[in-house]
Design a protein around this ligand. Structure first.
Ligand code: PGA
Ligand code: ZN
Length: 434
């Protein structure tokens, strides 16, 4: 048994994220000197039901995107509210912070303020207990840790690439990998191959927000072809070694009750949108589809999930890491997997509950970064701790993403954790892989 340590001080500051925009960093110090630090991430294609990110709105600073109010809320309100609490009681601390805010969406204190402190508390507790963060989080969640399968951005569009392509992410899952490090090497190889292929065709190879390439193809089909060619040119068999995952981020395309795909030159009803994605899924080795439809289009989600029963159908904007919305999805059979983003929920214990709710219903879980990230590696440990099976970080190009990939390499080096492999992906078992 470890002895109790109590929170002695909490301090926050404004730092910058990977898009050069302000975000909240929080420090938590315990009475025995143990220390934790964490930073809140920030999304661009945000769901309307996400916990609320508090921004200053003062056009004189950072275009209104400053987070000085959220920082002041930590230093002036949350610090005094949680001082003296046992650091091991994450749930009690998160409840106090929610109560201090008093709204379900954390709009008064700001989910960015609450989350940074919540994560820093977990980091301080892990240091106090002298265990790696993933061990501490697994103890909190009563879960069995494993190394996750990465799902990685190769080509980008949507809100992450100046609307260059309609669909937001064309991702690779290295389904043939036998270990996390092998998976990472396959991904790196494919990412290099896609750059080479694009250069050969005279296409620009500038980076999108998550480090993916943004060829700006009009049609999704062209991006799918390039994905397959990139696998082949890396010496990987499409479908067997490397498969495609899509994040359509369809809420971003939904306007006046229709889906507007500028690149395709099409405006679709919900049923037509579903058919468009089905067609891509049938013609290419697609194993996972995220947000194929708008966050409120429940009926079409339900139909979509019933037509592709063996494909992983992931709710991001649909579920926003929220227990109630995940429960609705389970009841309506609207999907079979949940994207897990800490800042959509607002606290570490709330995120653990959301993941547990999804997994208890047989849903898959994909722990995910945001398009605005920092050097913080918390989600690497979280994905391992929860035995989530999958992680979505963005491409292998910029340090805010690589910090997480590299943290996973260090965890793997401990040599004790099994690799989830394809078993974490909905509809795939290890038996099928051999
Ligand atoms: P976001 O994108 O962080 O900009 O919301 C990530 C995603 O849609 O999965
Ligand atoms: Zn998404």
């Amino acid at each position: 048994m470890t002895s109790t340590a109590r929170i002695a001080s909490v301090r926050a500051r404004q730092i910058l994220d990977s898009r050069g925009r302000p975000t909240v960093e929080a420090d938590v110090t315990l009475d025995n000197g143990s220390f934790g630090r964490a930073c809140a991430p920030s999304g661009a294609s945000r769901g309307i039901y996400e916990a609320c990110e508090l921004r200053d709105g003062d056009p004189a600073h950072y275009d209104g995107l400053g987070v000085k109010k959220a920082v002041a809320n930590v230093n002036e309100k949350l610090a005094s509210a949680i001082r003296g609490q046992s650091v091991l009681d994450q749930e009690a601390i998160d409840t106090i912070m929610r109560d201090t805010d008093g709204t379900a969406s954390l709009e008064r204190i700001g989910a960015n303020a609450v989350l940074a402190v919540s994560m820093a508390v977990a980091c301080a507790a892990a240091e106090h207990e002298r265990v790696p963060l993933y061990r501490h989080l697994a103890n909190l969640a009563s879960t069995v840790p494993s190394m996750p399968m990465p799902m990685t951005n190769i080509l980008s569009g949507g809100a992450h690439a100046g609307r260059g392509m309609d669909l937001q992410d064309f991702l690779m899952i290295p389904v043939g990998a036998k270990s996390y490090s092998e998976a990472l090497e396959m991904i790196s190889h494919v990412r290099l191959s896609s750059t080479r292929l694009m250069k050969d065709r005279g296409l620009t190879t500038l980076l999108a927000d998550e480090g993916g390439l943004s060829p700006g193809f009009g049609r999704a089909e062209e991006a799918m072809e390039l994905m397959v060619q990139s696998f082949e040119s890396a010496g990987l068999r499409p479908g067997d070694d490397a498969a495609i995952a899509l994040d359509v981020a369809a809420s971003e395309l939904f306007e006046d009750r229709s889906y507007r795909l500028a690149g395709e030159g099409k405006t679709f009803s919900g049923a037509e949108m579903a058919d468009f994605i089905f067609d891509l899924a049938r013609r290419y080795p697609v194993v996972s589809i995220e947000d194929p439809l708008d966050q409120d289009d429940w009926d079409n989600w339900r139909r979509f999930a019933s037509v592709l029963p063996n494909c992983q159908i992931v709710g991001d904007d649909l579920f926003v890491t929220n227990v109630e919305r995940i429960r609705m999805g389970i009841e309506k059979e609207a999907a079979n997997a949940a994207l897990i983003k800490l800042n959509q929920n607002g606290t570490v214990s709330g995120t653990i509950d959301a993941t547990a709710t999804a997994k208890a219903a047989g849903f898959a879980a994909v722990v995910s970064a945001r398009s605005g990230e920092t050097e913080d590696t918390f989600i690497a440990d979280l994905s391992v701790a929860l035995g989530a099976g999958q992680i979505k970080i963005g491409s292998v190009r910029s340090s805010e993403r690589l910090a997480k990939y590299n943290r996973l390499l260090r965890i793997e080096e401990d040599g004790v954790l099994p690799f989830a492999g394809v078993s974490g992906i909905y509809g795939h078992s290890v038996a099928e892989a051999v």
